[in-house]
Design a protein around this ligand. Structure first.
Ligand code: IPM
Ligand code: MG
Length: 359
């Protein structure tokens, strides 16, 4: 199979972790007889420095022509004082919007090999944690108008708009129910319908969509309760369906309690290709350039890219298995290091996965 993949290394540890993930994809190509063509483009702070725009037109064009977009991470203290429109994060938000990537899938799971890293009490952790946050990605307060900061009655006043159309809710609800059908057939829709009108409509539309999914169990939860339940009893969740801002928060929470933030991948999909694949962690500027970062979340994002972006499920599984075996072999980057394990850097971790893949 021939595929073109647009690489967006971005900032901080981005370039080093993406290099390892690309090495893994190249090994996949070799093992399974595919041809992947990689094209790199600028995004985030790197693009601001080079051309003064966090998402240059040319990057967008390269993304649109690709079968899938593979992004590492954006942002860093160097660009923190820039106005919102010019910040690296804006590059990411614009790419989501421009490519119509409304569905963000963020799996969070406990790797058995890393059980010791889980932040939960062991009697809670033994019940397991294996869920997907299906987060709406192109609406909500993130993009709602009006927005701004202005002086009202002599006071500086900041405001944003939480807004969802029924169509936006419907299409993300479909994704959640379809995702659940491939898993344990449970969807929990998370909102704040006891307070917010936008959430009331959300719940109403989710209930309507559910009529076509009688085989999937649907529950509803207020976001504050969901934040609590994630810590109290995460085993109850299979698919969490939620909006952009609640999903931003809950997906970080779900990820960090596994203790493996450096392990978790994500996919952002639209109605048509290309999808965008990226680790859920950030650019970790304090680790950049030291060969210390954990490349596994990016490598596993590569697996999602193979499965959902290139329709290569067998290849995706091969990557996931290679990662598990590498962990079982005892190799650990510093973020997941435990006594008795073998400490490795970013490059060696990538090389070990490649070795496992090809063995
Ligand atoms: C994420 C990040 C982004 C978001 C930031 C970097 C704009 O936190 O992907 O979760 O808020 O969506
Ligand atoms: Mg976030």
């Amino acid at each position: 199979m021939n595929k073109t993949i647009c690489l967006l290394p971005g900032d901080g540890i981005g370039p080093e972790i993406l290099a390892q993930a690309v090495a893994v994809l190249e090994a996949v190509a070799k093992k399974f007889g595919h041809e992947f063509r990689f094209e790199s483009a600028l995004v985030g702070g790197a693009a601001i420095d080079a051309v003064g725009d966090p998402l240059p037109e040319e990057t967008l064009r390269t993304c649109r022509q690709a079968d899938a977009v593979f992004l590492a991470a954006v942002g860093g203290p160097r660009w923190d004082s820039l106005p919102p429109e010019q910040r690296p994060e804006k590059g990411l938000l614009r790419i989501r919007k421009e490519l119509g990537l409304f569905a963000n899938l963020r799996p969070a799971m406990l790797f058995p090999e890393l059980a010791g890293a889980c932040l939960l009490r062991s009697d809670i952790a033994v019940r397991g944690l294996d869920l997907v946050v299906v987060r709406e990605l192109t609406g909500d307060v993130y993009f709602g108008e009006p927005r701004g900061v202005e002086v009202r009655n002599g006071l500086r006043t900041g405001y944003n708009t939480m807004i969802y159309t029924e169509e936006e809710v419907r299409r993300i609800a479909w994704v959640a129910f379809e995702t659940a059908r491939k898993r344990r057939r449970k969807v929990c829709s998370v909102e704040k319908s006891n307070v917010l009108e936008a959430s009331r409509l959300w719940k109403e539309v989710v209930l309507e969509v559910h009529r076509d999914y009688a085989d999937v169990e649907l529950s509803h939860m207020y976001v504050d309760n969901a934040a609590m339940q994630l810590v109290r009893d995460p085993a109850q969740f299979d698919v969490i369906l939620t909006g952009n801002i609640f999903g931003d928060i809950l997906s970080d929470e779900a990820a960090v309690i596994t203790g493996s933030l450096g392990m978790l991948p994500s996919a952002s999909l639209g109605a048509s290709a290309p999808g965008l694949f990226e680790p859920i962690h950030g650019s970790a500027p304090d680790l950049a350039g030291q060969d210390k970062a954990n490349p596994l979340a990016t490598i596993l994002s590569g697996a999602m890219l193979l499965r959902l972006g290139c329709d290569l499920p067998q290849e995706a599984e091969a990557v996931e298995t290679a990662v598990r075996k590498t962990l079982a072999d005892g190799f650990r980057t510093q973020d997941i290091m435990e006594p008795g394990m073998k400490a490795v850097g970013c490059k060696e971790m990538g090389a070990r996965v490649v070795e496992r893949l090809l063995s």
